[in-house]
Write a protein that binds this ligand. Structure first.
Ligand SMILES: O=C(O)Cc1cc(O)ccc1O
Ligand SMILES: [Fe+2]
Length: 432
């Protein structure tokens, strides 16, 4: 079977309409007595029917078989995919860091290769997120995955992903991010072989663009740079396996047909990808290091204004020009909890110890900041304009403490010497 070549519609939160076969979308109504070509209309609502318009997301699918046609579900064993705060172990009150997570040789696809590093909240309460790494070396072929617990934000770090969703296909490379809405079936193929990346599974309110306030009507991630696939369906008969994550448990069911059988759709609950190279980065052009919120790509708000369930933040290539300023992050501690990953390059606060494919965790009120090397360099360097280039760090920031999993603490990647990176910072008070 030839794979459909990805083709995209652009914009964030748009009302899109797309058909893989001309004439497949009903006109002027959503569920005619018989839809064109005898397709089945099906509605997927990502928000309550009564959510305010600006926060309402739903899509109408016109498909060859409704999703309800499947065999019975049985439990599926994947002990490394943990859910919510309850899926973790006691959280040490200190900074944690992980070396790059190794991709095992044992066969594992995107689902079986998922390893939860930290999680918080509870999908039953629609709060919190989990952060996983996928360590995969097999494509999903006749196997699809649906997550009823949350949407999935994918951040590939090593290897491209070919993602087939019910709404169409996307090619995603390191430097891009991709999102699949809660409840939407998808599968992941690995054109480059063994692959690794970060995943934020968001049990809370869907990720959206942040307000821009005084920044104005342009900047940060611009809506036009988000790409949503056009309608595409798999035209190959035969069985499929559907893995479903539901309330923290994985289930498997046989299907008589590919779930990727949507011929046309219209709506605003959609998968998308975004190339972080398009992020319009704002920084200080006078003095002082700004708060990292200026680097927010997407935010999942909580019920408390300004206190996110999760902010997705990037530290992309950018110019440093601030005068009379210590340019890397300051020493700090924070109500919000910070989980970081590195896609490529070096992070200015930790030039050596923080590696691509690794991670760090600075939880609520855990002090952290530049390591000794970063402090020495940044406090003495001439403050000429300087390009931080070839770098992409990411951060998931949450109001809820991130609880590490057993895999995180005992799986072999934990950097037990992390605290040493600050031990050389001396009392250099010159006042007496
Ligand atoms: O701790 C970190 O490295 C992340 C971070 C970066 C920054 O520029 C300001 C605050 C902050 O928490
Ligand atoms: Fe921080």
């Amino acid at each position: 079977m030839t794979k459909p070549t990805p083709s995209y519609l652009t914009g964030f939160g748009n009302e899109f309409a797309t058909e893989a076969v001309a004439g497949a979308l009903p006109q002027g109504r959503n569920s005619p007595q018989r839809a064109p070509f005898d397709l089945y209309p099906e509605l997927i609502s990502g928000t309550a029917f009564t959510a305010p318009r600006a926060a309402n997301r739903r899509t109408w699918l016109y498909r060859r078989q409704p999703s309800v046609v499947s065999g019975g579900y049985q439990g599926y064993t994947q002990p490394f995919w943990r859910t919510g705060a309850a899926g973790g172990v006691p959280t040490p009150p200190e900074p944690l860091r992980w070396s790059p997570f190794a991709i095992p040789d044992a066969p594992a696809d995107f689902v079986d290769g998922m390893r939860t590093v930290v999680a918080n909240g509870d999908p039953e309460a629609q709060t919190g997120v989990a952060v996983h790494v996928y360590l995969a070396n097999r494509s999903m072929l006749r196997r699809a995955f649906v997550n009823a617990d949350g949407e999935m934000l994918l951040v590939p770090q090593h290897g491209r992903l070919h993602i087939t969703t019910e709404l169409g296909v996307m090619d995603v490379k390191p430097g891009d991010v991709a999102l699949v809405p809660r409840g939407m079936a998808f599968k992941v193929e690995l054109p480059d072989g063994p692959s690794r990346g970060y995943v934020c599974e968001n049990y809370g309110a869907f990720f959206r663009l942040p307000e821009l306030g005084p920044i104005g009507s342009n900047g940060l991630a611009n809506a036009r740079d988000f790409c949503t696939p056009v309608a595409a369906f798999e035209d190959s008969p035969g069985n499929y396996e559907l893995i479903k994550k539901y309330g923290g448990t994985l289930w498997t069911a046989p299907m008589r047909q590919s779930p990727f059988n949507v011929v046309a759709w219209h709506g605003n609950l959609v998968p998308f990808k975004y190339d972080t190279a398009n992020f319009m980065t704002i920084g200080s052009i006078s003095h002082d290091h700004p708060d990292p919120s200026i680097f927010t790509v997407l935010t999942s708000p909580s019920d408390t204004p300004g206190t996110a369930n999760c902010d997705f933040v990037i530290f992309p290539p950018r110019w440093m020009v601030a005068e009379d300023t210590f340019r890397p992050p300051w020493y700090h501690r924070n109500l919000m909890s910070e989980f970081m990953g590195l896609v490529y390059g070096q992070y200015d606060a930790k030039p050596e110890g923080f590696k691509p494919g690794g991670a760090s965790l600075h939880n609520c009120m855990v002090p952290h900041g530049p390591d000794e090397e970063a402090y020495e360099k940044a406090s003495t360097a001439p403050l000429a304009p300087h390009k931080l280039d070839n770098t992409l760090a990411i951060m998931f920031e949450s109001r809820y403490r991130f609880i590490p999993t057993e895999f995180a603490m005992t799986g072999g990647a934990l950097d037990t010497r992390y605290a040493e990176c600050w031990q050389g910072l001396q009392d250099q008070f010159k006042g007496t």
